[in-house]
Design a protein around this ligand. Structure first.
Ligand code: 0L1
Ligand code: MG
Length: 256
């Protein structure tokens, strides 16, 4: 049953097709089952030539956790086809995309275990870069339970990172003010401490969650630490620009 659900979700992710929540047909599924479904569906992508290049944390703000009635973040897997090389998002293959600004860590040493500390993460950080994540739930109306969204790879769809990489010691990474503009109008603002008090704590939490499931962060993996603002709905023709104060602007143009 778990494998069949994973295969179905993979097909919907690959083809950008919406579906009913899996918990409608299988109400007995729990979050542990969902992480296994996530693992198996992304295994399909990897087998089809789309390698794992990183991990993402989701639901890292209290506001987002409340919206799905949980008090824990979730994680998802990032594969190569999710990374946009150009600042353009095609609506083809998208369902109802939303965009959010994040801080990303590039990791250069293995990170694992329950005893992980922020110092371990800093020691293993090659660089830090601002990013835009595109989330696009495969579920109708972007509506789901925790089990559904974990199985759907935490709504992962696409992401783009900035052009300028930064040393971990460049600035205080919990003090980055971000303003998000849609078609030139400011629609969201936030500060990076909204991500579990500090984006590095998001990586610590990720390592602990992964280790419970027998996983680890390998060198060369990129980590999206979580949305600094609410995600903004986008459609064809929209231009999104995130101003990461003192760092860089990252933009995305939405096309047919
Ligand atoms: O990246 C995120 O925080 C999204 C996590 C899943 C919840 C959602 O799709 O809003
Ligand atoms: Mg996100």
């Amino acid at each position: 049953m778990i494998t069949d659900i994973a295969n179905k979700i993979y097909m919907h992710q690959k083809n950008g097709l919406e579906m009913d929540k899996i918990t409608i047909e299988y109400p007995e599924l729990n979050v542990n089952n969902a992480y296994e479904i996530q693992r198996l569906s992304i295994e399909q992508a990897i087998k089809n030539g789309d390698p794992l290049i990183g991990w993402k944390m989701g639901l890292t703000s209290i506001a987002k956790q409340k919206s799905v009635n949980v008090d824990e973040p979730i994680y998802g897997r990032l594969t190569k086809s999710m990374e946009l090389e150009e600042n353009q998002l095609s609506m083809e293959g998208s369902i109802h995309p939303r965009v959010e600004p994040e801080i990303a860590f590039m990791i250069n040493k293995p990170l694992f275990g329950q005893d992980i500390t922020a110092k371990d993460v800093w020691d293993a950080t090659e660089y830090i870069v601002p990013a835009l994540e595109v989330i696009d739930s495969r579920y109708k109306n972007f509506s789901f339970t925790l089990t559904d969204v974990v199985a759907d790879n935490a709504s992962s769809s696409k992401f783009i990172v900035g052009k300028q990489v930064n040393s971990p010691t460049y600035t205080s990474w919990d003090q980055i003010k971000v303003e998000l503009y849609k078609n030139g109008v400011k629609v969201q603002s936030g500060v990076s401490s909204d991500v579990l008090d500090h984006p590095v704590e998001s990586v610590v939490k990720l390592v602990k969650m992964l280790s419970k499931n027998g996983e680890q962060i390998d060198p060369g993996m990129i980590i999206l630490t979580g949305g600094i603002t609410e995600a903004v709905h986008v459609e064809d023709g929209d231009i999104i620009e995130a101003h990461f104060e003192g760092i860089e602007k990252v933009s995305l143009q939405v096309k047919k």
